[in-house]
Design a protein around this ligand. Structure first.
Ligand code: AP5
Length: 207
């Protein structure tokens, strides 16, 4: 059976971490607007480049991200979608272009989110995710997977992380309420080790 999984959660909730595991386990595509936009930060669009929005912690305009998601989903048999939809207009667009098998919300407290974001380090070469305290690499600053350099994302400073959380509470919480009202949302407690959270998600999907 193909899986079409939507993973919702605040910045730092663990969407990227869990999506990578889900893509492996269920052999589906990991579709993430965040990574797609980071790979195209300086792409010229009629609204300007994604970079200016991302570095301020703001949302990139809907038409830009809608196009990215439409193209990615058209190519995918099964998928885990991460980072989209982030507002009700995007949620409506998504409902027009695909059907979902599961909608999972990773629930994590705000102060935990800030700690996770500010301590995150990502590999500049392969994109693997680490955390200075919670998931430290074997050698500080060096990627366990490929030996690449670990860097801090521009938007993971405390100031921009808090701005991103504000944007989440204002724009994306209504999306979560929408799926909850429709009866489609399964809430998973995201405050445990990555492996434990993964077990919880797998239990939901295998039910
Ligand atoms: P995006 O890249 O999507 O970022 P985000 O939603 O803010 O999510 P993050 O990647 O920060 O967190 P995550 O939930 O994936 O957590 P992770 O697994 O890495 O978006 C960035 C920007 O792009 C946006 O601000 C916006 O400008 C733009 N954008 C993207 N999509 C858009 C859209 N649809 N519309 C408009 N604009 C859009 O984990 C975080 C850290 O915690 C890591 O260090 C990890 O090691 C650690 N960790 C993970 N799980 C655990 C655990 N269980 N216990 C302890 N530590 C953990």
């Amino acid at each position: 059976m193909s899986h079409r999984i939507l993973l919702l959660g605040a910045p730092g909730a663990g969407k990227g971490t869990q999506s990578a595991k889900l893509a492996d386990e269920y052999d589906v595509e990991h579709v993430t607007t965040g990574d797609a936009l980071r790979a195209n930060k300086d792409m010229e669009t009629e609204y300007g480049t994604p970079r200016s929005f991302m570095e301020a912690g703001e949302l990139v305009p809907d038409p830009v991200v809608n196009e990215i998601v439409k193209a990615a989903l058209a190519d995918a048999d099964g998928f885990v979608l991460d980072g989209y939809p982030r507002n009700l207009d995007q949620a409506e667009y998504l409902s027009e272009i695909t059907d979902l098998d599961a909608v999972i919300f990773l629930d994590v407290d705000e102060e935990v989110l800030v700690d996770r974001l500010t301590g995150r380090r990502v590999c500049d070469d392969c994109g693997a995710n680490f955390h200075v305290d919670f998931q430290p690499p074997e050698e500080a600053g060096v990627c366990d997977e490929c030996g690449g350099e670990l860097i801090q994302r521009d938007d993971d400073t405390e100031e921009t992380a808090r701005e991103r959380l504000e944007v989440f509470y204002e724009n994306t919480e209504p999306v979560i309420d929408h799926f909850r009202d429709e009866g489609d949302l399964v809430e998973v407690d995201g405050e445990a080790t990555p492996d434990e959270v993964f077990e919880r998600i797998r239990d939901v999907l295998d039910e």
